[in-house]
Design a protein. Structure first.
Lengths: 695, 695
């Protein structure tokens, strides 16, 4: 990637000499902004753009440029790639659009490009992108006019959409955020977000990495990198909805990912997910400050009304308001004399007009050991207090560094002043109390997830009995069917899980000979009915042999009215288990992220409230416990509603082993243990049912 | 209220001649901005402020001013009120702070003011406020410097916090929203939000009423007005959290309201609740356009990336994207020639740079009968397209009027241009796709709620047997106890509800004599244990007399270990009822909103997910059905999870009758029917248990 960010020379293929086309603009940008490398053009007509020579073929360029930028009609791209290869150019950026994002018919064009790249060992970005920018060396590949920024920026951006990337750079400018490296990766035909991320994580000049993505090309590799990154990653993953997937497909051929899996994976790897465009900029602003290490805040406000809004926002994000101690109130009294407003948290500063006092109060507040962060509402009239406000923000910046706690400042003043103060000084400001509180929430959440990530420990290397799994798989393969319930339970046992024992019988008659431990449950074994209960294939609490025979006979009768009629491969008879909380543990090989594990409570929790936890598999014990704790229904396991406290330890063990199974046996496309009855603490779990699909 | 908005003359009490104090600024504002009425000052020292004469006492003023504005220290306010009364001044605005919002000790000061107002028949606003503004006549009472706006604004604002009100007026200015009347009402000691709202609903010069409130003084009266208002009411009700209630109390002595009740009441009355500061301004912007009458949208976008963000936002708010018909695509082809981008919804306009084409496409889109609203993403470079963009927005405004459908425009350009275009032209713009979609959601939701409100029908006037209720009440009063379960069930029956029959016995022995219909449930009747099940006072599914005697004996034994020991007033024996969905219907006399009714599913739905519907009582049949439909768990009643479709008609009837009961019998402080077993459609409900508290 180095050459894409530090090219010593570049050629723009498709830069017209005579008219202001897109290639022409790229050459101009670099010439005018001060890029010091050589830059050439290639076009039908020879000539000159702002002092850069334009040749009529690639081979005429007097050196081998580090990077070629191709911005010519799609159909001409393969020939130019070929020319680049012959010339010995190893790095290409294809900005041209009109490939697979336009219609499926252009797939062959992409195949051709890949073949040429392969043959010449060319690394390329695109197509359908605006390339990279390195603001430090004033190098910019995008075909729009790009603003210059000061050198030394340490915030990088990877974007799948050039348009969104451009908007965000503009917002960076409006908020005094200085970008360093920028890469627009378009269709990601060869180089993708993982390649760029890997480079930026190692890059010494990058501290914060921001991303706009519409899909993942290698989701697993992406999260594996993220898991080890000490640099904050702020990612807006758009294309969340089914509705959007269709659009994104036509826009940049993004591979759509299950949004819930993205959420789970991001949480696990402490990737900051920006929910939307506003969130994105706010995250960049706050993450530059020291992190919020717990959720205890103090609120200082120049307006009582804004203090109320701030406190509402604090409540929304689970912040607690520190009680100011009598000692601290005494300290405040030495700083200023209150008249009509009481000393409390939030502290209403409405009576004070002296910025020295603001600074002193803020410093004393930051000194409090039980304050993790401060929200400051600053309202001012620009005609009087503009200068003082700038100084004050400078002072806040110094105090924040000194005490290593974030201060989220909301500024309320007239709009031109607001714009100006955001742009012209480095301390981040927010425009509403809600945004400021949300920003602190981003900081606190990132800290929490990072701590959890770093304390996640090692995977318990549970062994998986692959021989059993392979045997069942081959059996199914031969018979072209899915595993029956008893086989699916054996697969769970192969992962080291103890399932509820059962007897498999072919008929009621065979069952009557068994020495059964009533009450029992009877379940249909069927190669074509994976959802037994949907066809009435499960009967519970059967008290004796007579009832059992009746149940089986009833089932058989009922099956006759079902289309397609379920094949009867036998019946599984299990002892009824003791009471507990009905849970499930499952997982699958996700097309984007590989093996993932899912857990939650069953029944309405799953079906009505979609209350599940998802992680990339395998998970460690700590991660499994975190999965359980983040369930909305967690109170049920803790003993709400008069229930006993559930055996979370045993439950988390099932999660770990299922995750290990999926990671070890990639042939298992999907597994679902449901229900897993979680009993009272110390009494373990009963795995009652299992479904498995092979690839 | 008329005089507060159209005073022909005013006096500012506390306007210093020599120094720039707050009263001085009020006089200056009116003199400088062009208020044409007479304005006087009263201060210790006689003199002159910008041509307005300042007297050293109220009685020296040469006329009786329509309004007196008092802005002197709190302690001096009663004397000045007295002077106003003597002078014959009937309308006073008390801007001074330091009353009950400061400390409880100042309560007497407020009592004094109320007494004086009463004696002289004075109507007053405040204290602790910044008074009213009528921009049409350039009259402004606030003590800060206030910007002038053009006359003719039709958006009014009522605010409890002067600071927030001021911020919002500033935002109005930045967004070309012209305010008309403004009232800051502070502590609302006499005149409150209901008085001002009543005036503004009737005011011919007001179309939209916006409010910032931290509490309701007369919540019921407020919603009764709202229910009948044809003008949109946009209300930000802050002070939502327990955390904030404390602050708001010290800030403007706001009476805190249960946030869930506010949500229910607002929905019922079609009050637009602004969730936060950003929402507030967006609501004002969108509500000025024609309303969105259903949720089918078209997206037109100058950037593919922004189209993806827009569609994600559409999915979030439940919008559907209209499929463009072949005929429409043919129409599009006559307007422009596509090259690399496909014709679909969202329509990517990335290849078009001609504003005439944009306008034509927009017009054709608005013509489509299945499009209810349009989202347009406009990205432009200000140096080239500033003028064209202004014209374009003007065209959009005309098309929106012509086709009576909203177009939510997101503008993406550099920040100074964005500020300028927002301020300088009247068509509303949004800064991100999410905000634009959220705005359309506000419009669509308002339309839906208004339709539901107007179609809510009449209350079924179910009679309530007050004699029975009074008898039970007197009985309880005499014995200083709460109603026992059997009495509480009788109260439900007094509202016309049929409850599950039961036999009341004093002992197991008495029970054994009864002719019981087993299986039965037995429940403790106890004057001091309102939550029977918490003390183990409920046993279900008892099969015979022997088991019943055991159950009662067991209970008695268990009670001995409970502190305080439950009194045994007897036992209620009920037949076990058929299966169904466990629901509840309850309600109370809310301190802010009066009688309210609450319904939902029981168990975890209530306890873990807090899934309830709330309305002001009484409710109509349609409102009760809406309550049921808005439950998250509604699918359970519709027959999810293999259950039968529940008898929603019978369920809604219980809701109506309980609401009628609470509205008719204000002595019932609280009632809770739980569980109400809702059976299969057509089979009604079983009301199994009831708790009632009298006032």
């Amino acid at each position: 990637m180095e050459k894409f960010f530090y090219p010593r020379s570049m050629v723009v293929i498709g830069a017209s000499v005579t008219k202001m086309n897109l290639g022409h603009i790229i050459v101009l940008n670099n010439r005018n902004n001060g890029y010091e490398g050589n830059i050439y053009g290639v076009s039908r007509e020879e000539g000159d753009i702002a002092g850069a020579h334009v040749y009529d073929s690639v081979d005429k360029i007097p050196e081998v440029p580090d990077v070629a930028i191709i911005i010519s009609p799609a159909q001409t791209v393969p020939d130019f790639m070929e020319a680049c290869g012959k010339k010995g150019i190893t790095h290409v950026v294809i900005e041209s659009g009109g490939f697979s994002e336009y219609s499926e018919g252009q797939q062959t064009l992409e195949d051709k490009i890949l073949e040429i790249a392969d043959r010449y060992n060319i690394r390329f970005i695109g197509p359908n992108c605006i390339g990279t920018v390195n603001f430090d060396i004033k190098m910019m590949m995008p075909f729009g006019f790009f603003p210059l920024t000061p050198a030394g920026g340490r915030v990088a951006m990877i974007t799948q959409s050039g348009g969104i990337g451009g908007s965000y750079l503009k917002e960076f400018g409006d908020n005094a955020i200085i970008p360093g490296k920028f890469a627009s990766i378009g269709n990601k035909l060869q180089i993708d977000e993982v390649d760029v991320l890997d480079y930026l994580i190692k890059d010494e000049k990058t501290d914060i990495i921001t991303m706009y993505l519409e899909g993942f090309k290698r989701g697993r590799a992406f999260l594996d990198l993220a898991l080890l990154s000490d640099k904050p990653l702020i990612v807006q993953k758009a294309n969340r909805s089914d509705l959007a997937a269709k659009v994104a497909q036509s826009h940049t051929t993004a591979l759509s990912a299950d949004d819930a899996v993205v959420d789970g994976g991001f949480q696990q790897a402490a990737v900051i997910r920006a929910e939307d465009d506003i969130d994105f900029i706010n995250a960049v602003k706050i993450i530059r400050l020291p992190l919020m290490k717990s959720r205890r805040v103090a609120v200082l406000s120049r307006s009582g009304g804004h203090a109320v809004l701030t406190v509402d926002a604090c409540a929304k994000f689970g912040f607690s308001l520190v009680d100011f101690s009598p000692a601290f109130i005494e300290t405040l009294k030495t700083i200023y004399h209150m008249r009509v407003i009481a000393h409390q948290n939030p502290l209403d500063l409405g009576e004070i007009f002296d910025y020295t006092i603001f600074t002193k109060i803020l410093e004393e507040t930051l000194k409090l050991p039980d304050v993790d962060g401060v929200l400051f509402n600053h309202l001012y009239v620009s005609s009087y207090e503009s200068e003082m406000s700038r100084d004050f923000l400078g002072n806040i910046g110094r105090l924040v560094e000194q005490y290593q706690k974030p201060v989220a400042v909301t500024v309320n003043t007239d709009a031109p002043e607001l714009l100006n103060i955001s742009k012209s000084q480095g301390y981040p400001i927010f425009t509403t109390p809600l945004m400021a509180a949300k920003a602190l929430d981003i900081s606190a959440t990132y800290y929490e997830e990072k701590m959890a990530r770093d304390a996640r420990g090692k995977n318990v290397l549970s062994s998986v009995d692959m021989a059993t799994i392979d045997k069942i798989k081959n059996h199914c393969l031969a018979e072209k069917r899915i595993p029956l319930t008893d086989e699916a339970l054996q697969i769970a046992e192969a992962a080291g899980l103890k399932c509820v024992a059962g007897v498999t019988v072919k008929s009621a008659k065979e069952a009557s000979k068994g020495n059964l431990n009533f009450p029992v449950a009877v379940k249909l074994l069927s190669r074509n009915a994976s959802h037994k209960s949907d066809v009435g294939g499960v009967r519970l609490k059967i008290q004796n042999h007579k009832k059992l025979a009746e149940a089986i006979s009833d089932m058989k009768k009922a099956f006759k009215n079902i289309t397609p009629q379920p094949t009867i491969d036998g019946f599984l008879i299990q002892k009824m288990v003791a009471e507990g909380v009905e849970c499930f543990v499952g997982g699958r090989q996700d097309p984007v992220f590989g093996p993932i594990v899912i857990a939650g409570l069953g029944g309405i929790f799953l079906e009505i409230f979609k209350d599940t936890s998802i992680r990339l598999a395998p998970v460690t014990k700590n991660e499994a416990m975190d999965m359980i704790k983040q369930l909305q229904a967690y109170p049920v396991l803790q003993g709400a509603r008069g229930k006993m406290k559930a055996d979370m330890d045993a439950f988390s063990d099932v999660i770990c082993r299922v995750s290990q199974l999926l990671a070890t046996a990639p042939d298992i496309a999907e597994i679902d243990l449901n229900p897993v009855i979680v009993h009272e603490k110390g009494k373990g779990v009963s795995i009652v049912d299992s479904r498995v699909f092979f690839k």
